[in-house]
Ligand binder design. Structure first.
Ligand SMILES: [Zn+2]
Ligand SMILES: [Zn+2]
Length: 326
């Protein structure tokens, strides 16, 4: 999708036909399709560093004009929303992935009024909600304290965002996790931005008793198998993901920790943004728009209905007279 402001035709989180600059809201892989070395990009400094550390991509930093601002999205380090002033259609916010709860590692979500809101749809259903993050992290700490005396524990979590929250939560109970290379590299970026994380990398770990290992979810079983063949005892395995509320992943434990807004948080965000029109994006765009409409909001899926279009001077919103909460 493309929106226009100050002569820029801005592709939102992925390549789009006719764009002349990309906005990369944050460094998760589902938001960087088509981004290569040298791609002209609006992004935070933290996102640019994470792109380099995780994917080896060095984007070209495009100076941000006055009509555009990057607002904190509270999702992971450096995550931003795009706020754009346009001549034809007033102000537009593109949320990217966002999180309403305060996170000590991701900062606080900034919310502004806008005429149109293009919003992420990751969790579109009213019946899916997340327990408070502190509660989930406290449950993980409890698992480590009670079960980690005699056995290794292998925790799987996304390498950007969740892994750092877990590193911090483990540090709070005096545990220095042993992390895989990828998580170690990303932890390094967080540290360069002022966050204190205590960990050691797999391979550098000193001889020890039982340990807590932190890796990407796809490597948990492999690491657990290696540990049990070298040390004898079978390690405890667990995965930490927002999807733990939806699927059984087959580990000993799973924890639903999300860095996305659930439906109720999305409503809170929308109400505070107070847009006249809402355009949903992502795989669940149609379901989210449908559910928002049943709650009385003027919402439609942007991708399917092609309701967000670029004109010479700005975004065009369909049914402009008809905007607002129904
Ligand atoms: Zn994300
Ligand atoms: Zn995403």
């Amino acid at each position: 999708m493309v929106i226009c402001s100050s002569g820029y035709r801005i592709a939102l989180d992925g390549n789009a036909k006719g764009s002349n600059v990309n906005f990369v809201s944050h460094a998760h892989s589902d938001h960087i399709s088509g981004i290569k070395n040298g791609t002209a990009t609006f992004a935070s400094e933290e996102t640019r560093e994470l792109l380099l550390a995780r994917y080896g991509i060095m984007v070209k930093e495009e100076p941000i004009p006055k009509s555009i601002r990057l607002l904190n999205a509270g999702h992971i380090l450096g995550s931003k929303q795009l706020y754009a002033e346009t001549e034809e259609s007033g102000t537009i916010i593109y949320s990217g992935d966002y999180q309403v709860r305060d996170s000590p590692l991701s900062g606080k979500l900034e919310i502004r009024n806008a005429d149109a809101l293009i919003i992420d749809s990751t969790y579109p259903y009213p019946d899916i909600s997340f327990d408070p993050c502190e509660e989930v992290l406290s449950n993980i700490q409890h698992l480590v304290r009670t079960k980690g005396q005699n056995r290794d524990i292998v925790l799987g979590a996304g390498c950007i965002g969740k892994a750092q929250e877990l590193t911090k939560a483990l540090n709070e109970i005096g545990i220095q996790p042993i992390v895989d290379k990828r998580i170690g590299d990303i932890n390094g970026v967080y540290e360069r931005h002022g966050f204190r994380l205590d960990y050691c990398r797999m391979g550098d770990a000193p001889p020890r008793g039982c340990g807590v290992f932190l890796s990407e979810p796809k490597n948990v079983r492999h690491i657990a198998a290696e540990l049990s063949s070298s040390a004898g005892a079978i390690p405890i395995t667990a995965v930490v993901t927002g999807l733990a509320n939806l699927y059984d992943f087959g580990y000993d434990f799973q924890f639903a920790l999300s860095d996305h807004a659930d439906f109720n948080s999305a409503i809170e965000y929308i109400d505070r943004c107070s847009p006249k029109a809402i355009y949903t994006v992502g795989k669940e765009a149609a379901a989210f728009a449908h559910n928002l409409r049943t709650y009385g909001y003027n919402a439609s899926p942007a991708r399917n209905a092609n309701q967000v279009e670029c004109s010479s001077s700005g975004i065009s919103l369909a049914s402009a007279e008809n905007r607002g909460k129904i």
